[in-house]
Design a protein around this ligand. Sequence first.
Ligand code: CP
Length: 312
Amino acid sequence: MKHYTSIHDIDNIDTWIEEAKSLKSNPLKHKELGRNKTLGLLFFNSSLRTRLSTQKAALNLGMDPIVMNVSGDAWGIEFGDGTVMDGNTAEHIKEAAAVVSQYCDIIAVRAFPTLTDKAKDESEQVLKSFIEFASVPTVNMESATGHPLQGLTDAITISEHAKVARPRVVLSWAPHVKALPHAVANSFVQAMHKMDVEFVIANPEGYNLNPQITGDTVVYHNQEEAFKDADFVYTKNWSSFEDYGKVKNTDPNWMITKEKLGNAKFMHCLPVRRNLVVEDAVLDTDSSLVIQQANNRTFAAQLVLKKLLENL
Ligand code: CP
């Protein structure tokens, strides 16, 4: 594996899950692998989990992580080819990526979508530019359309907590006041397609995800029907894909409640808005796996970094 940009980079998810569990049981086993290697983490957007867990993963492998908030602290980066740079951007990605490659053995990038320009978001301009112009491997820490470190984490967490051989997993939309990206939901769908689970999606009319990603996954517009016999309910808000980036529905009846959840386990990538997306009575009980998920972010990242280090 040269880069980790999408769930499609996982050749065998079952093997990867077992490897991640092994790292979790002995996180410092490969402490020598990353000695004298530097991981550069570049954030164009906010983060708590990704920022800390990816650094922790690097430290567990003996790497030296260095972090930059690109949007706040770096020169404005130009991504357009042939642009006359007489506006707000001061440095081109061609130089920026080449320069950072001299300081780092692996580069990890977070860059969210615009949610206003569908074509630009679908083109994954920022992530693909780093892959093109950096001379070292690139890791996707959440791009315009995918969050594959989160998707791998979620697969590990489901594997750890499944009580039946083929659990029923529901990805459910929930209300939110802001327009949110599709990246987490997309990568979760792709991860579930690689696992042996009964996977369905629940979302209101007008909120179907990109059909090129969901494929023939069954989509319910009735949440109660979707939740019947569910073992895991993975909840996430996303803005409309069809009416791109719009908030068309904030119906509180789609919030996750203890009553709706029944015996299913609740999952969410975090951060989550309490009593808007999910009620306290879910998060404050054993029904919730969100803290366990966040813990697994370290081992998903550690597995990805280990595979890239082994291939340097
Ligand atoms: N789940 C996740 O990616 O969290 P952060 O946005 O805090 O990194």
